[in-house]
Write a protein that binds this ligand. Sequence first.
Ligand code: DX5
Ligand code: ZN
Length: 216
Amino acid sequence: MRRPLVAPSILSADFANLGQAVDDIAASGADWIHVDVMDGNFVPPITFGAKMVEDLRGRAALPFDVHLMTRAPENLVPAFAAAGADYITFHLEAAVHAHRVLQNIRGLGKKAGVSIVPSTPAGALSCLLPFVDLVLVMTVNPGYGGQTCITECFSKIEYLARLRTEQKLDFLLSVDGGINESTARGAAAAGADVLVTGSAFFGAADRAAFVERLRG
Ligand code: DX5
Ligand code: ZN
């Protein structure tokens, strides 16, 4: 089994000190910075706009993994691409023309990701798999950090990993929601390449040790 990448989410950081949060993620040895963008519509809270990514971008050389939990994601893609996002992931449930959005993201030179909430079957992604760089399987209902992982969703990761092998594709499988030291093992065993972690990372006393333990 490959060692998974660890992507701490700044959603669980102190919003008055986000620059410090990015520094802390880099210092911990984690692999990516996960940025949860919420619009107050697809999900109730409102978090960050593109300027936040632009202003934080210079703080770390790590890839910025932008997770759009927004309606009409196509409207936001150009601004986040210009702001320096490396991966831009949107929700299948929020896009009318998901294939077009993926093409737009790749057309801007960025890695294109698509995400599904716990109630969406993984099979809904089958037509899109040849066109994605990342699939983000949510293991909580989006909107809030600190929720309990719905481990039943791990079977979707297994299914997508199987399709990836069968179809000789090479997208990354990311898992997001309630990932901590007790749930990471199951997610990685199911085939997750990227572990997003918010509250567990920022709640850890020794973040570098936490990242190492999460990798397994
Ligand atoms: C939830 C976000 C997640 C969240 C993860 O809507 O997409 O990235 O921040 O936080 P934890 O690890 O606390 O579930
Ligand atoms: Zn997220």
